[in-house]
Ligand binder design. Structure first.
Ligand code: SF4
Ligand code: SF4
Length: 133
């Protein structure tokens, strides 16, 4: 039996203190539309600029706990149906397949990964990429 991800435990850990969530232009348009905001107003209210493009704000700014602005107190996502591609893809991120330290950090917080070695995760990631080709 090939290694598999476990089901998501819906802890919201991946939405806290894990760096920034970068939006693609399609993410921005989809989320703005869902919130019935213009792209300009959405970006002003919920994002800030970064060298990689707009990123979602975090609650309480840099003095807060690092939670994404759309993470609810119950640990769910307020924009679940239209959440950014980066969030949809997690934990199947290229960075976690390439960087063992990053994988180990993610594994310590994520129930989908906790049972996997890095090599097993790399197999799962490679298979997921094959399926999308
Ligand atoms: S957009 Fe939703 S899924 Fe993505 S980091 Fe924010 S709360 Fe989490
Ligand atoms: S950290 Fe892992 S188990 Fe927890 S919500 Fe994120 S993807 Fe799901």
């Amino acid at each position: 039996m090939p290694p598999q991800l476990h089901a998501c435990h819906r802890t919201g850990s991946c939405c806290r203190g894990r760096g920034s969530c970068t939006l693609t232009p399609a993410d921005t348009a989809r989320i703005a539309d869902h919130l019935e905001l213009s792209v300009f107003d959405f970006r002003l209210r919920y994002t800030h600029a970064s060298p990689r493009g707009p990123v979602l704000k975090i609650r309480g700014g840099y003095r807060g706990d690092g939670s994404c602005v759309f993470l609810t107190e119950e640990g769910s996502c307020e924009i679940q149906p239209v959440k950014p591609q980066q969030c949809t893809d997690y934990p199947l991120w290229e960075r976690l397949a390439e960087d063992c330290d990053a994988f180990e950090h993610a594994r310590s917080e994520c129930g989908m990964l906790r049972h996997l070695s890095h090599a097993e995760f790399q197999q799962i990631y490679a298979a997921s990429q094959d399926r999308t080709r």
